[in-house]
Design a protein around this ligand. Structure first.
Ligand SMILES: NC(=O)c1ccc[n+]([C@@H]2O[C@H](COP(=O)([O-])OP(=O)(O)OC[C@H]3O[C@@H](n4cnc5c(N)ncnc54)[C@H](O)[C@@H]3O)[C@@H](O)[C@H]2O)c1
Length: 264
């Protein structure tokens, strides 16, 4: 018998870690997984923001969320994230590798430190979290889901100044495909979501001219066939699809969610 739609979407009894889950896209993803019934671990560098987000989820369903200060680029911090999650909720069913940074720096001004910092968070971070969480999932023996938040920049550059970012995101997409093959024997399905422009605190800081001419972002919005940037919840909905039984025959795929921008 084919399962009902309700059963396919039901995540009660599961635990999801969302890195960078305190704000922006990560919060949008955590909210949908939580609504579907998962216990969520908000693993973020920014502990205050993680606590605030966790309190919102706890108010909806007490005992269903935990804030964990995590630096995904630090192996000891990632190991603690997995250990504390297992201690609190008993296991890990879903890992969302969302934490990422995107400071724009022209190549001529980019230092080795600038380059390695982005690679460290965006690529090393995905490696460290995937290794630690999948080791736990294999031990549990009940499979799992890993969702990597890449970017349209994993496929095609969106703007000048993101060479280090594009290198990291192309790397995450390559990593996703290879690990999907290796972990399939353990029923751990590994997929990616490639967002286009999404309105988040990180993008707002670009728009306010922190690292880039705000006009560049305006030009990008103008190129989107849907004529707008997306909302974090529009990534959350796709993450729920990948975390749920709706995507039961998918591994090693990347879903582009960009309002049509890559077509331009
Ligand atoms: N917003 C977009 O337009 C867009 C487009 C494509 C891809 N993405 C990707 O989506 C992800 C989230 O982006 P966003 O726009 O929501 O970012 P954001 O800056 O708004 O939020 C990122 C969150 O990650 C946390 N974080 C940063 N470094 C961390 C670290 N080392 N360890 C743990 N947490 C850390 C931050 O504290 C913050 O809460 C990133 O991987 C980004 O590359 C974003």
């Amino acid at each position: 018998m084919t399962p009902s739609l309700d059963a396919l979407l039901d995540l009660h009894g599961t635990t999801a870690i969302v890195t960078g889950g305190a704000k922006g896209i990560g919060k949008g993803i955590a909210a949908r997984l939580h609504e579907a019934g998962a216990a969520v671990v908000i693993a973020d560098l920014d502990l205050d923001a993680a606590r605030t987000t966790t309190a919102e989820f706890e108010a909806l369903r007490p005992g269903s969320a935990m804030a964990q200060q995590t630096d995904v680029s630090n192996a000891a911090s990632v190991d603690a994230m997995v250990r504390d999650t297992v201690e609190r909720f008993g296991g890990i069913d879903v890992l969302v590798n969302n934490a990422g940074i995107f400071p724009a720096v022209p190549l001529a001004e980019m230092t080795e430190n600038d380059f390695m910092k982005v690679i460290g968070v965006n690529l090393d971070g995905v490696f460290l979290c995937t290794k630690a969480a999948s080791t736990q999932m294999i031990k549990q023996g009940r499979g799992g889901k890993i969702i990597n938040v890449t970017s349209i920049d994993a496929l095609h550059p969106s703007m000048i100044g993101l060479a280090q970012y594009d290198a990291s995101k192309h790397g995450v997409w390559g990593f996703t495909k290879n690990v999907a093959i290796e972990l399939a024997q353990n029923q751990i399905w590994v997929n990616a979501i490639a967002p286009g422009g999404i309105v988040t605190p990180g993008v707002a800081s670009m728009q306010s001219g922190d690292t880039i001419d705000p006009a560049v972002i305006e030009q990008m919005v103008a190129r989107v066939p849907m004529h707008r940037f997306g909302d974090p919840d529009e990534i959350g909905r796709v993450a729920l699809f990948l975390a749920s039984g709706l995507s039961s025959y998918m591994t090693g795929s990347q879903i582009v969610v960009d309002g049509g921008l890559l077509l331009m």
